[in-house]
Design a binder for this molecule. Sequence first.
Ligand SMILES: Cc1cc2nc3c(=O)[nH]c(=O)nc-3n(C[C@H](O)[C@H](O)[C@H](O)COP(=O)(O)OP(=O)(O)OC[C@H]3O[C@@H](n4cnc5c(N)ncnc54)[C@H](O)[C@@H]3O)c2cc1C
Length: 403
Amino acid sequence: MDLSYSTEYETFRGEVRAFLAEHWPPKGDEAALKKREQESRFRRRATEAGYLNRSIPKRYGGSEQAPDLLRAGIIREEFNRVRAPMEVAGLGMMMLVPTLLECGAEWQKEQFVARTVSGEIFWGQGYSEPNSGSDLASLRTRGELIDGANGPEWIINGQKIWSTFAQYAHYMFALVRTEPDAPTKHAGISYLLIDLKQPGITVRPLKQMTGGEEFCEVFFSDARTPAHWIVGARGEGWKVSKATLKHERSSVGGAAASRDLFLKLLELARRTPRNGKPAIADPLIRDRLVQLQGSVESHLYSSYRQLSMAGRGQDPGPVTLMNKLVSTNIGHDIARLARDIIGDDLMIAPQAEGAGGAGPEKWNNQFMGALGVAIAAGTSNIQRNVIAERGYGLPRDPATDKT
Ligand SMILES: Cc1cc2nc3c(=O)[nH]c(=O)nc-3n(C[C@H](O)[C@H](O)[C@H](O)COP(=O)(O)OP(=O)(O)OC[C@H]3O[C@@H](n4cnc5c(N)ncnc54)[C@H](O)[C@@H]3O)c2cc1C
């Protein structure tokens, strides 16, 4: 098997390198600008050149390129090599933009997609509630349509929880029960866009065991949103939410992140002494590293399979779920081996704020964060159930609520 790139792709790599040599890191007057401004200018140029936001139409701020796995891989490799910024991060980019492109009204795409792509606005996700996580369709936050002074609008009351970085978000995409008399719990939900900066909304960050505050409770008390800020039809938010979840799971399942993490683990094994030698020379550590490398490589090829199916317009179905599950397990196994390599030093490492840091505290966060990834976007047990039922056609879990 020849896994090298063809001349066409090596030429493309040369073009990407030439672009980066000219634009990153910033030079001249731009070197003095604030990092945020440098990144935003760079992203604009990289999008114009066709390297970023490739799947987003030009009229909504993207570069509208034909799907090409190898080109996308080369761009990621080359951008990572010189630490150039990739697309804006966050839930808006990860979930809302693809959902609006798939299910949104034209005015919603025009008003929200380009501003999200450019990083002008950020979004929180309002799905989970204190008693509705895995059983999301049981959610109780209510939306009532009234004729307000400014035209028809939804009045929203209830509570969301675990909304990632909602304290920094301008807007929220949320699931709200608008048809309480619908025959099934899935049928009465609508997908609403909500301005978080209004008097009826309180956002309260939650303190985590890492010391960070990455999640929030969000309380709605007669909060308002215009009637037409609904994505999809009234009462059909469940269908729209499935589109969002599909994108969320694909992102969480990204094999590139597993590979980057594994490379950091290798680096740790090379520089950490163990019995007078680098840890990587210890046969037990080597054995675990090799097993992990096998998992990382096969995960990478599964993710290529998922992407090529999506590129051909086929629904990757359970492959997306499988990749999310595998990625979660690999992240946890990598963190566990890092913890064993570092040993006792990890226990006395300082708590790192958020996900930052480069020393042992980074691995502390990775270890604890890996537990969270096994819960986010549907827990690993739920993924296993869905893979078994939809992928293998096994009977439905008798413990699962059938309403
Ligand atoms: C890092 C992170 C980020 C998150 N970000 C957001 C966000 O931005 N917005 C948002 O809305 N939510 C977010 N969440 C919340 C997340 O979606 C929920 O935590 C998740 O859906 C699980 O719900 P729960 O916590 O209520 O657990 P529960 O649903 O109560 O589950 C508890 C346990 O029971 C198991 N279980 C439950 N039902 C079944 C079943 N039918 N079969 C087998 N096992 C079952 C689960 O696997 C789990 O182990 C985030 C969570 C994490 C960890």
